[in-house]
Design a protein around this ligand. Sequence first.
Ligand SMILES: C[S@@+](CC[C@H](N)C(=O)[O-])C[C@H]1O[C@@H](n2cnc3c(N)ncnc32)[C@H](O)[C@@H]1O
Length: 309
Amino acid sequence: MSDSPHQTVLLNEAVDALVQDVDGFYVDGTFGRGGHSARILERLSEKGRLLGIDKDADAIAVAHERFASDARFEIAQGSFAALAELVGARDMTGKVQGLLLDLGVSSPQLDEAERGFSFLNDGPLDMRMDRSSGQSAAEWLAGAPEAEIARVLKEYGEERFGKRMARALVAARAEQPITRTSQLAEIVKAANPAWEKGKHPATRAFQGIRIHVNNELSDLEAILAQALTVLAPGGRLVVISFHSLEDRLVKRFIRRQEKGQPLPAGLPVRDEQLDRTLKSVGKAVRASDIEVGANVRSRSAIMRVAEKL
Ligand SMILES: C[S@@+](CC[C@H](N)C(=O)[O-])C[C@H]1O[C@@H](n2cnc3c(N)ncnc32)[C@H](O)[C@@H]1O
């Protein structure tokens, strides 16, 4: 397991927005290395409780090590898409005071070559946050039809040369299986005719494949819907996203819940009959210049907060 640290992004901003009741029950859906969790626990009283969730066995090991002696804390291994079940099993449905999501991968996941997330460090082409289930990136690339690869690169990687890269990957795998991150990076790099300034030419392709392999967008959609049932009235949803696809999902979800059920125009409906479930709190928050200077990963972070009505 990598012992490289994870620099927590928007630490004060997220925890300030999240914790409104120090005796409450909170969920950190993306435990990572516990940066946000540690700060939440500092804020909570003896009565407060925190449930951490992570897909990654390394994160779970850190949670046991770091917070074993804190009776207010509990960790669950699995996808945060199982939120309603995890909260229900603790008899806390409708009673959660705050749910935090700090999406994407942690620095240790990226830095450890063996995890296969990085185009900079050569390693086995894995990219799974949960290595005990699902297909690795290498397994997926070995069998996926060209059109599916192109769609993943284009939709999830927002890679405009997705089709061209998919063609190159299919041609390359006919010669030799693509099993290393360096192989993937080289093939994609050679198929990229217009390198963006300041960006590795394989950045978008790696992002797209990672999102696909980990079901990142469908997990996010699933947990957002469940947040409405687990949160208590006044409870907060705090989401930190790192790319536009995630942020768009979060922004649209909050907007839809703020507006309530769409009704035919002209119906004589009072405001309170609209079935609104959330109200957004403040504007989207970005990392300060000081934070970006100290941690380049925070540059793309955007945090949105909403409160259950
Ligand atoms: C950016 S890191 C969180 C860092 C954490 N806030 C900290 O300060 O240490 C994201 C973590 O969420 C986990 N993760 C991402 N998607 C997940 C999902 N759908 N279910 C459970 N864990 C997930 C990853 O394994 C990773 O450990």
